[in-house]
Structures are given as structure tokens and as C-alpha cells.
Write a protein that binds this ligand. Structure first.
Ligand code: EPU
Length: 336
């Protein structure tokens, strides 16, 4: 175990904010993770497990210990005629895993191509895109409790997965470090083309392979979402709000063209990007922070943003959407 004091975090958060943590421990194996947890037990202090840093916003310098697992490995642990089970280290980059699975013709996570971040973070917020959520392929999540360094293994139902949520953001928030995730994938299967714009682009390719679907999704994401190298960002900044039927009826009455997704008879998901876009926020900025010009759900760092610029912009959007549509937006990124 090696602990860096006053560590620079600029390259550890995709917003590219130039901030520091009082302590940073990079753990490439379970042993260094356990000694870091022991250090934490003997030196109690605020702590944070940091994966790819692609879904968080630091509001200031971090006074505490940051644990960054870089544990690698993609290992087949079981297979039968239909399925393959793989155990993947928390530090594996998410899209490298997707690429590996697509190269092997293993079906399940191809729609989640090109999502930034690490494997260990994927169950925490149950990453999702284009009709698929990672929970659909997770068999179990293995990790260590921060209170006593004891290992745990939670199966899929124990993880209480919901839209962009799981037990790791609720009861177990800040209480564990994920070491590996076991995925169950299919050796043959049908591609999920339930998301209209993906199907339209895919059909143009005249190639029904899983690789062609991955490439379609990468092209769509590249055309809509800014690369962190270009403008620091953390993907969707807000969750798509879920509203009840009475709120939905009142909304559609005034805004007949609003896109929506019916979840059940009393709940409807509304694209936050549409609301923010209609309210005229695209391209607007505060200090070094701005709403992306093409995708209103993404807040960007134009290069010199302070954490407070991004937080101010987010607060102003939340207030404005509340007044205009009577909907309370919630950040999807984890604000630290
Ligand atoms: N829209 C606008 N203006 C905008 C953005 C969107 O009018 O500036 C409209 C679109 O025209 C469309 C609707 O809003 O009718 C939905 O937009 P889109 O399909 O682009 O998806 P999204 O709701 O903006 C969600 C996820 C993304 C995921 C895509 C694709 C959340 C918070 N976001 O975005 O996830 O890639 O669907 O499935 O659920 C992420 O979580 O970081 C992320 C990028």
C-alpha cells in the first residue's frame, strides 16, 4: 500500500476539475485494498471509493482518503451451451470489457458500448443506455466491507437495482469497496433494437452482427455526447424524472409534444434533456461551466470551471425547471 498525500485529482475526474485529496491510495490488488482499509480503520476520516471518476462532481478539495481500485482481469469462471459467466476486476475499463465480450460474440452488454467509467462502478448506479441496464447481466457483485475488511458477495436480487440506483447508493453507500463483478452473458442471442434511433442507424449498415451494433452505438454516442478530452463532463448530469399520472396529465395538457415513456399506469419517465432544452438552456454558461450545445442533459467544463460554477449552473436549472414544469430534477452525478 502506498498513500499519496495532497494528491492532484485532475486526471481522476472526467469533469477535469483541478482539485486535491488529502490522501489517495491506488490499489491494484486485494492485499493493498485490505491494508488501505486497515489504515482507514485506524485513522478514521471521510473516505470515498473512486472508480473512473466519470459520474461525480467534487464540490471542493477532498479532505479525506480516496481509495482507487485498479484491480484487473477478465476471467471465464463457468460456461454451458447457452451462457458464459465471467468475473471482471473492478478496475477494468468498462468499454474494454464491452469490446472483449463483443469480440467473443457474448451477448448482453453491447448496447452499453462506449460508456465511460470502470467495471466496479457499473452496478453502483446501474448504468444503462439504449434499452439495456447492466443489472440485466449481473449475476453477483463481490467486494469488501470498509468497517472490518470482511469480504461479501451479493447476488443480483440482493443489489436492489433500480433506474440509476442500487443498494450501493442506499443502505451500503460509502460502506463497501467493490472488487469484482460476475456477469452472465449469452453465447447467442437477439440484439436489442428497442431504441428507435439505434435501430434506424443499425438497419442502414446491412450487417446484423453484434460488432455492427456496437459500432452503431459508438457512432451515436460520439455524435451526441462530448468526449471528456474535449470538454470535461460526467455524461447525463440529471436523472430523467419519473412523475405520477396527475402531474403527467397537467404537463401534456400544456406541452402536447413532450416525449415520455410510460413505466406503469401511474408513472411516466420524462427526458430531462427535453425539459432543459425547451427551457432554453442549451449553450448557456456560468463562469467556466456550460450546458452542452447539442445535448442539454450534459453539463461541461469549458476548460477553467470551478466546482462552484457547475453547482451554480445546476441549481439554476433545477430552480427554473421546477418553476416552469413543476418537476424537481435530481442530479444523476454524485456530488461530493
Ligand atoms: N432531448 C431534447 N434535447 C436535448 C436532449 C434530449 O429534446 O438536448 C430529447 C430527445 O430528442 C429525446 C429525449 O429527449 O426525445 C431523450 O433523449 P436521448 O434519447 O438522447 O436520451 P436521454 O434521456 O437524454 C438517456 C440516458 C443516457 C443514455 C441515453 C440513451 C439518463 C439520465 N440518461 O439520456 O445515459 O445514454 O438515454 O439510452 O437516463 C448517462 O447516464 O450518463 C447517459 C449518457
Amino acid at each position: 500500500m502506498h498513500i499519496t498525500k495532497q494528491a492532484a485529482l485532475k486526471t481522476y475526474n472526467t469533469f477535469g476539475l483541478d482539485i486535491k485529496a488529502s490522501e489517495l491510495s491506488i490499489c491494484s490488488d486485494v492485499e493493498s485494498l485490505v491494508s488501505t482499509i486497515d489504515h482507514l480503520i485506524y485513522n478514521p476520516q471521510p473516505h470515498l471509493v473512486l472508480g473512473g471518476g466519470s459520474n461525480l462532481l467534487f464540490s471542493s478539495d477532498y479532505e479525506g482518503l480516496i481509495i482507487h481500485p485498479t484491480i484487473g482481469g477478465i476471467e471465464v469462471i463457468n460456461e454451458d451451451a447457452q451462457n458464459v459467466w465471467i468475473e471482471v476486476g473492478a478496475g477494468v475499463e468498462w468499454d474494454q470489457l464491452v469490446e472483449h465480450c463483443v469480440n467473443n460474440n457474448w451477448f448482453g452488454i453491447e448496447n452499453l458500448s462506449y460508456i465511460p467509467g470502470n467495471v466496479g462502478a457499473s452496478p453502483v448506479q446501474n448504468i444503462g443506455a439504449y434499452g439495456v441496464e447492466v443489472k440485466d447481466c449481473i449475476e453477483s457483485v463481490k467486494g469488501i466491507y470498509l468497517s472490518d475488511s470482511k469480504p461479501f458477495s451479493l447476488n443480483n436480487s440482493d443489489c436492489h437495482f433500480e433506474y440509476r440506483n442500487s443498494i450501493f447508493k442506499k443502505e451500503l453507500k460509502n460502506k463497501t469497496v467493490i472488487v469484482s463483478v460476475v456477469f452472465k452473458l449469452q453465447k447467442s442471442g437477439e440484439l436489442n433494437l428497442s431504441y428507435g434511433p439505434v435501430k434506424a442507424e443499425f438497419d442502414k449498415k446491412n450487417d446484423a452482427s453484434i460488432m455492427a451494433l456496437r459500432n452503431t452505438i459508438i457512432e451515436i454516442r460520439k455524435s451526441k455526447l462530448p468526449e471528456p478530452e474535449e470538454y470535461g463532463n460526467a455524461g447525463s448530469f440529471f436523472k430523467n424524472p419519473i412523475i405520477d399520472k396527475a402531474t403527467f396529465d397537467a404537463l401534456i395538457d400544456k406541452n402536447p409534444s413532450i416525449p415520455s415513456y410510460k413505466l406503469n399506469s401511474d408513472s411516466f419517465k420524462i427526458p430531462a434533456g427535453w425539459l432543459i432544452d425547451q427551457a432554453g438552456w442549451k449553450g448557456k454558461s456560468i463562469g467556466g461551466a456550460a450546458v452542452h450545445k447539442d445535448q442539454a442533459l450534459v453539463l461541461i467544463n469549458k476548460g477553467n470551471a470551478l466546482p462552484s460554477d457547475i453547482i451554480q449552473l445546476s441549481n439554476n436549472i433545477i430552480e427554473n425547471i421546477g418553476e416552469k414544469y413543476n418537476i424537481k430534477l435530481e442530479p444523476e452525478v454524485n456530488i461530493i
